[in-house]
Design a protein around this ligand. Structure first.
Ligand SMILES: CC/C=C\C/C=C\C/C=C\C/C=C\CC/C=C/C(=O)SCCNC(=O)CCNC(=O)[C@H](O)C(C)(C)COP(=O)(O)OP(=O)(O)OC[C@H]1O[C@@H](n2cnc3c(N)ncnc32)[C@H](O)[C@@H]1OP(=O)(O)O
Ligand SMILES: Cc1cc2nc3c(=O)[nH]c(=O)nc-3n(C[C@H](O)[C@H](O)[C@H](O)COP(=O)(O)OP(=O)(O)OC[C@H]3O[C@@H](n4cnc5c(N)ncnc54)[C@H](O)[C@@H]3O)c2cc1C
Length: 664
C-alpha cells in the first residue's frame, strides 16, 4: 500500500517531542536545518542514486563515484554552498571517495603542519580543487609503527631539493585512499635525512601526476591496490600503491611548522612538540567518533523500524502475531545499541570541543593538553568504532534473514564501516596508547602532579580503592553518582592493578608487553567511564522539549547499566559492587527497556534520516517492507531472463546425462 504509514500507530505511542529530540541529535536548530536541507537535496536528485552499487563491476562502480564527486562539486558551486553545507552534502552522498581524503586529511595536514607561507600557497589550490591530494603515510611493511617507515627523504644542498626514494619493496606506500587513480598530490611521510643524519618521520607535499595529462611524473610508480571486502562498499575508493625512484622536490615542500631544513641543510626544530607531525591523525580520530554515532544510528534505525513491522508467533484470539520488538530478548539486544548511538553522539560533541580547545591552546604555545587529546581521541576512536562495527552486525542479526539481503542496507554499511577499526590506528594499538597515558598518570601521582581532565579521578585513587557502592534497590542505579562511582572505581582499580604488576618487572617495556591484555582492558574501562560521564554531563544542560530530557536519562542509564551487566566480572572481581547490586542493575535494565519500547520509533525518527540516506527497504520510514522487498527481488539481473545464462551450456547437458544414466 503506497503512501500508507505502516508505522503510524507506533509513532502515535511516542511520549516525547520528537522534533525537539531532532535538534538535540543534530546539535542545534541551525545544524538540523542545514542537514535536513542538504539530505533532501541529495535524496531528490537522481544523479545521486545509490541503490545499484552492489551489482556494479569495479570499473563501472568507480567511474560512477567520479561522476558523483564531479557533479557534487558542480552543485556546490552552482548553489554557492557554504563550507558547512558542502561538507554535509558530501556526507549525504554517502559513498567513500577520494574527496574524503582530500578534504579529510590532505587539507588538514597542510593546515596543521604547514607554515603561514605554505598555507598561503597550497590551501587555495586545494580548496578550489585545482589540485587533489591524499595522505600517504602507511607502507607495505609498516602501518601502526610510524617510526618504522622506510621511505627516505634526503636533502641535497647542491640543488636545494629533497630526494624521495623507496629503498625496498616494503617501503612502497600502500593503502592511501585517493592515491591509486586520482590524486595529483600527496602529503608523503618519510624519514628526513640531512648530512647523513636521520631525523625521523616528517611530512612533505609531493606532486604525483601531471596536471596536464594526469600521467605519473618521472620516477613515480602508482596504481590501485585491488578489490577490498564486500561488493560495492569501500571499492568506490582507489586505495593505492606508490613507489619513488629518486624523485626530487623543492625544499619548501617540506611541511615546516614542526621543524625545518635551512638552505644550508641545517635541521632546526621549532618549539612545538614533534608529535604534532601526528596531528592530522588526532584530528581525523576525533571526527571518527561522531561518525560512529552516525553509522550506528543508521543500523539501529533500520533494525528498530523493521522490528516493529516484523511479526512472529503469539497470534491469539484472531489477533495478529507479536511484533518482534516486543520480545524482551530483542529489546535487550537493540536498545543498548540505540543508547550507544546517543552516547557516542554526545561524547563526539565533547571530543570536538576538546579538540578545538587544544588547537586554541596550541596557537598560544600551550601544549599541556596534547597528551590528554591524544589519549582521548585514540581511546574513544577505538571504543566507538569497535562497538559500532559489532553493533551493525548485531542489527543485521536482529533483522533475521532479510537483514542478509543487500536491500536491507546492512551488509554494505558493515563492509564500508568495518575498516574503521583498523584505519587511523589499529584499535588495539590505540588502546595501548591510552594505557601508557594511564600508567604514566599513576606513576606521577606520588610526585604531587595533580591529574586533570579525564584522568582527574585518579587523583582520588586512594578513596576509589576503598569505596563500596551504596546501592540498595534497583532504582538506586538511576542515580548518576551511583553509576559514576562504580565506573570510576572499576577503572581506577584496573589501572592500579596493572601499575602494581608492572612494577614487578625490572624492564618496564618488557612488563608492558607481557601485561598488554590487562592494559588494554584497563584502557577500555577508562574509555567507557569517559562515555558514561560525558552522557551524564550532557544531561546537566538545559534540554527543552516535552519528555526529551527524561528519555535521554533513560538512555544514559541503559548505556551504563548494560555495560555494568556485560562487564559484571570486572565490577565484582575488583570489589566495586556486590553480586546483589549487580543483579539489581539487571532488574533496573529490564524496567528501562520497557520505558523505551513505546518511544523506540520516535527515538530513531529523531535521527531525521531520509530513505535515500538509509538505503534500506527494512528501514523505510513508512514501514512498507514486504511489497517493496518483493518488488526489489525482480530487479535482480538474474531475473532479467527466465532461463539464466549458462543453463543451456552447463546444466541442460548435465541433466540430460543424468537422465540417460538413470534409464540405463
Ligand atoms: C567512509 C568515511 C567517510 C567520511 C569520513 C569523513 C571524514 C574523515 C576523513 C577522512 C577519513 C576517511 C578515511 C580514512 C582513511 C584512513 C587513513 C589512515 O589510516 S592514515 C594512517 C593512520 N595511521 C595510524 O593511525 C598509525 C597509528 N600509529 C601511530 O599513531 C603511532 O605510531 C603510535 C601512536 C602508535 C606510536 O607512535 P610512536 O612515535 O612510536 O610513539 P610512542 O608510543 O613512542 O610515543 C611517543 C610519545 O608520543 C605520544 N604520542 C603518540 N602519538 C601522538 C599523537 N598523535 N599526538 C600526541 N602525542 C602522541 C605518546 O603518547 C608518547 O608520549 P610520552 O612520551 O609517553 O609522553
Ligand atoms: C580501508 C583503509 C583505508 C586506509 N587509508 C589510508 C590512508 O588514506 N593513508 C594511509 O597512510 N594509510 C591508510 N590506511 C592504512 C591504515 O592506517 C593501517 O592499515 C593501520 O594504521 C593499521 O596498520 P597495519 O595495517 O600496519 O596493521 P598492523 O600493525 O600490521 O596490525 C596487524 C595486527 O597486529 C597487531 N599489532 C600491531 N602492533 C601491535 C602492538 N604494538 N601491540 C599489540 N598488537 C599489535 C594489531 O592489533 C593487528 O591485530 C588505510 C587502511 C585501510 C584498511
Amino acid at each position: 500500500m503506497e503512501g500508507v504509514d505502516h508505522l503510524a500507530f507506533e509513532r502515535n505511542k511516542a511520549q516525547f517531542d520528537v522534533d525537539a529530540m531532532k535538534i538535540v541529535w543534530a546539535g542545534s536548530s541551525h545544524a538540523l536545518e542545514v542537514s535536513d536541507r542538504m539530505s533532501r537535496l541529495v535524496a531528490s536528485d537522481p544523479a545521486f542514486r545509490k541503490d545499484n552499487r552492489a551489482m556494479l563491476g569495479r570499473k563501472e562502480l568507480f567511474k560512477n563515484t567520479l561522476r558523483k564527486a564531479a557533479y557534487a562539486l558542480k552543485r556546490i558551486i552552482e548553489l554557492r554552498l557554504s563550507e558547512e553545507e558542502a561538507s554535509m552534502l558530501r556526507s549525504f552522498v554517502d559513498e567513500p571517495a577520494f574527496t574524503d581524503l582530500h578534504w579529510g586529511m590532505f587539507v588538514p595536514a597542510i593546515k596543521g603542519q604547514g607554515t603561514e607561507e605554505q598555507l598561503k600557497k597550497w590551501l587555495p589550490l586545494a580548496q578550489k580543487m585545482q589540485i587533489i591530494g591524499c595522505y600517504a603515510q602507511t607502507e607495505l611493511g609498516h602501518g601502526s609503527n610510524v617510526q618504522g617507515l622506510e621511505t627516505t627523504v634526503t636533502f641535497d644542498p647542491k640543488t636545494d631539493e629533497f630526494v624521495i626514494h623507496s629503498p625496498t619493496l616494503t617501503s612502497s606506500k600502500w593503502w592511501p585512499g585517493g592515491l591509486g587513480k586520482i590524486s595529483t598530490h600527496a602529503v608523503v611521510y618519510g624519514r628526513l635525512i640531512t648530512d647523513g643524519q636521520d631525523h625521523g618521520v616528517h611530512g612533505f607535499i609531493v606532486q604525483l601526476r601531471s596536471l596536464d595529462d594526469h600521467l605519473p611524473l618521472p620516477g613515480i610508480t602508482v596504481g590501485d591496490i585491488g578489490m577490498k571486502f564486500g561488493n560495492g562498499a569501500y571499492n568506490t575508493m582507489d586505495n593505492g600503491v606508490l613507489r619513488f625512484d629518486h624523485v626530487r622536490i623543492p625544499r619548501d615542500q617540506m611541511l615546516m611548522r614542526v621543524s625545518r631544513v635551512t638552505r644550508e641543510g641545517k635541521y632546526v626544530q621549532s618549539n612545538v612538540p614533534r608529535q604534532l607531525v601526528y596531528g592530522t591523525m588526532v584530528y581525523v580520530r576525533q571526527t571518527i567518533v561522531s561518525d560512529a554515532s552516525t553509522a550506528l544510528s543508521r543500523a539501529v534505525c533500520i533494525a528498530t523500524r523493521y522490528s516493529a513491522v516484523r511479526r512472529q508467533f503469539g497470534a491469539t484470539g484472531g489477533n495478529p502475531e507479536s511484533q518482534v520488538i516486543d520480545y524482551k530478548t530483542q529489546q535487550a539486544r537493540l536498545f543498548p545499541l540505540l543508547a550507544s548511538a546517543y552516547a557516542f553522539r554526545f561524547v563526539g560533541e565533547w571530543l570536538k570541543w576538546l579538540y578545538t580547545d587544544v588547537m586554541t591552546r596550541l596557537q598560544a604555545n600551550d601544549f599541556s593538553t596534547l597528551p590528554e587529546a591524544h589519549a582521548c581521541t585514540a581511546g574513544l576512536k577505538s571504543l566507538t568504532t569497535s562497538a559500532t562495527s559489532d553493533g551493525i552486525e548485531e542489527c543485521r542479526k536482529l533483522c533475521g534473514g532479510h537483514g542478509y539481503l543487500c536491500s536491507s542496507g546492512l551488509p554494505e554499511l558493515f563492509a564500508v564501516y568495518v575498516p574503521t577499526c583498523t584505519y587511523e590506528g589499529d584499535n588495539i594499538v590505540l588502546l595501548l596508547q591510552v594505557a601508557r597515558h594511564l600508567m604514566k598518570t599513576i606513576s606521577q601521582l606520588g610526585s604531587g602532579k595533580k591529574p586533570v581532565g579525564t584522568v582527574a579521578y585518579m587523583g582520588r585513587v586512594e578513596q576509589l580503592m576503598e569505596s563500596r557502592s551504596d546501592v540498595q534497590k534497583a532504582e538506586d542505579w538511576l542515580n548518576p553518582s551511583a553509576v559514576l562511582g562504580a565506573f570510576e572505581a572499576r577503572a581506577a582499580r584496573k589501572s592500579v592493578a596493572c601499575a602494581k604488576n608492572l612494577s614487578k618487572f625490572s624492564n618496564p617495556e618488557e612488563g608492558f608487553l607481557e601485561l598488554s591484555n590487562d592494559l588494554v582492558e584497563a584502557a577500555r574501562a577508562h574509555c567507557q567511564l569517559i562515555v558514561v560521564s560525558k552522557f551524564i554531563d550532557k544531561l546537566q544542560q538545559d534540554i527543552p522539549g516535552k519528555g526529551v530530557k527524561q528519555l535521554l536519562e533513560v538512555l544514559c542509564s541503559i548505556y551504563a547499566l548494560f555495560h555494568l551487566h556485560k562487564h559484571l566480572g570486572d565490577f565484582l572481581s575488583t570489589g566495586c559492587i556486590t553480586s546483589k547490586q549487580g543483579s539489581l542493575a539487571n532488574d533496573q535494565l529490564r524496567s528501562l527497556y520497557s520505558q523505551v519500547r513505546p518511544n523506540a520509533i520516535g527515538l530513531v525518527d529523531a535521527f531525521n534520516y531520509t530513505d535515500h540516506y538509509l538505503s534500506s527497504i527494512l528501514g523505510r520510514y513508512d514501514g512498507n517492507v514486504y511489497p517493496k522487498l518483493y518488488e526489489e527481488a525482480w530487479k535482480d539481473p538474474l531475473n532479467d531472463s527466465v532461463i539464466p545464462d549458462g543453463f543451456q551450456e552447463y546444466i541442460r547437458p548435465m541433466l540430460k546425462q543424468q537422465l540417460r544414466n538413470a534409464r540405463l
